[in-house]
Write a protein that binds this ligand. Structure first.
Ligand SMILES: *Cc1c(COP(=O)(O)O)cnc(C)c1O
Length: 244
């Protein structure tokens, strides 16, 4: 038997209040207002019932990092009558593009031309409006270039403009901004680099205003450096069980 739904909902409500307080405090410290920040609840490994609780508590932006899990959960949540927007935040293989394009509203993790192409082709087929995407930026010093077929987890800052140009040409995609995961040791410096990349991108693509940065452990630093979207999992839902 699962946990008592009322107990679970009040647990999530308390976590949500604490996260909203952290966001408010970080905004106050940065001279920003909380309405500039979109909270994306990352629900990976947690059941659809938690997404329904979050929606009832007013959280409508939900993130997942694996298509196999997300596709089923999106269907379950829809069947439960909850209306949420799905954010895809994980590494994505081209053969999942069609599935992701069918339920996701924003893909945060576009990191190579081939993936952009696959998403565009899929979006043109399965959607009646363009798919919003972010370019994932690798903030590690020495991040590999776009041409490196083995790179994982984002393009180097130097490669963002080329990938943006490619995405910008495709009518099935809408380039909305950048996303990054900071290295654990120096999130502040990494988010400062991301802010520069984001500003450079906006110079060429004025609608690319989203900066998706910050997770449970570093959302304050992200907000200090201009994040518009924070992706929060454990602080809302608890520690994930190790899989496998
Ligand atoms: C899991 C995940 C998050 C949330 O991380 P927490 O530390 O649980 O808040 C954010 N972004 C991505 C890309 C993730 O995979």
């Amino acid at each position: 038997m699962g946990p008592d739904p009322e107990v679970r909902r009040s647990e999530i409500a308390a976590n949500l209040a604490a996260v909203r307080e952290r966001i408010a405090a970080a905004c106050a410290a940065a001279g920003r207002t909380p309405d500039e920040i979109t909270l994306v609840a990352v629900t990976k490994t947690y059941p659809a019932s938690d997404v329904v609780h979050l929606a009832a508590l007013g959280v409508r932006e939900v993130g997942e990092n694996r298509d196999q899990e997300a596709a089923g959960k999106a269907a379950e949540v829809r069947a439960a009558g909850a209306d949420v927007h799905w954010h895809f935040v994980g590494q994505l293989q081209r053969n999942k593009a069609r599935s992701v394009a069918s339920y996701a509203d924003l893909v945060h993790s576009v990191d190579r031309p081939a993936l952009a192409g696959a998403l565009a082709e899929a979006a043109a087929k399965v959607r009646d409006r363009p798919l919003d995407v972010l370019i994932q930026v690798n903030l590690d010093p020495g991040a590999p270039e776009l041409s490196d077929p083995l790179h994982r987890g984002g393009v180097s800052p130097a490669s963002v403009a080329a990938l943006a140009e490619l995405i910008g040409k495709d009518e099935a995609l809408r380039l909305r901004g950048v996303m990054a995961v900071a290295p654990v040791d120096d999130a502040g410096a990494a988010f400062a680099r991301l802010a520069l990349v984001a500003a450079g991108l906006r110079a060429d693509h004025p609608n690319a205003t989203v900066v998706s940065a910050g997770m449970s452990g570093d959302l304050e630093e992200a907000i200090a450096h201009g994040a518009t979207h924070v992706r929060v999992g454990t602080a809302l839902l608890g520690k994930r069980a190790l899989l496998g």
